[in-house]
Write a protein that binds this ligand. Structure first.
Ligand code: F6R
Length: 244
């Protein structure tokens, strides 16, 4: 695991985008695993800038998102599908039929989850998975628990995650209670993983995940065993790690 310290959110975003840009340049038909949330917004802005300047071409790229709220239609403004359109896809020349987000509108849990796994397999697997880090150490919506879930599955969101995500909704009661998420096994099969982490409120989770014991109680801690993980964190987020 490489841990790269960035000065601040802007610097983290530029460095994170540079890693993804390198992947796109090295393999123009690569499969990118993407995340939503506040952390990657700056990275997506930089990638859109790269497209506008002519440095990046997304026409051969496929993307697969980590997760989606259950019960939301892709056209819903709160859905992660919508988020991706708003923050990245509409600004770059990606093929709309090459972007995949779990189908939160499908109430058939088994079908929705199997379909997501089948898509990833059919694409030949994820070349690079971008992750944010939850304040409780979650990745995707893999919440702390007794086991590492392997494949895409339906999950009940914890109260802390609902509260953390309430900022995107009018009130916490509107936050969906369940989501479909790639499993830890799905994420782990990515050839490369890039974790972006920013802000003091992530410092404890980052220290536990990247320096603490590997345990499903801190889902991101499993990344310590992956052969190709790059963490890019700003100084505040990495402030709990003393040996950097
Ligand atoms: C989003 C996702 C989540 C977030 C995490 C951090 O697709 O899977 O695991 O990455 O909750 O969210 P932010 O970046 O909003 O702090």
């Amino acid at each position: 695991m490489r841990i790269i310290k960035a000065r601040d959110y802007q610097d983290m975003s530029q460095k994170g985008a540079a890693v993804i840009a390198a992947q796109i340049i090295m393999k123009p038909d690569c499969v990118l695993g993407l995340a939503t949330g506040s952390t990657p917004v700056g990275i997506y802005e930089q990638l859109a800038k790269g497209y506008r300047s002519g440095a990046l071409d997304f026409s051969g790229i496929s993307t697969v998102n980590l997760d989606e709220y259950c019960g939301l239609d892709p056209r819903d403004r709160q859905s992660y599908y919508y988020f991706m359109q708003e923050h990245l896809f509409r600004y770059v020349n990606i093929r709309q039929n090459a972007v995949y987000v779990p189908d939160g509108s499908n109430p058939d849990e088994k079908e929705a989850c199997e379909k997501h796994e089948t898509i990833i397999r059919a694409l030949g697997g994820l070349d690079l998975q971008l992750l944010g880090l939850g304040r409780n150490g979650h990745i995707g919506f893999n919440e702390p628990g007794p086991v590492f879930e392997k494949e895409t599955h339906r999950v009940a969101l914890t109260e802390s995650t609902i509260q953390a995500n309430a900022r995107f909704f009018d009130s916490p009661s509107q936050v969906p209670t369940h989501a479909y998420t790639m499993g830890i096994g799905t994420i782990f099969k990515a050839k490369k993983i890039l974790v972006a982490v920013s802000g003091e409120d992530k410092a404890q989770a980052a220290a536990q995940a990247f320096r603490g014991p590997v345990t499903p109680e801190v889902p991101a801690s499993i990344l310590q065993f992956h052969p190709d993980v790059t963490v890019i964190g700003d100084e505040a987020a990495l402030s709990g790690i003393s040996d950097l």
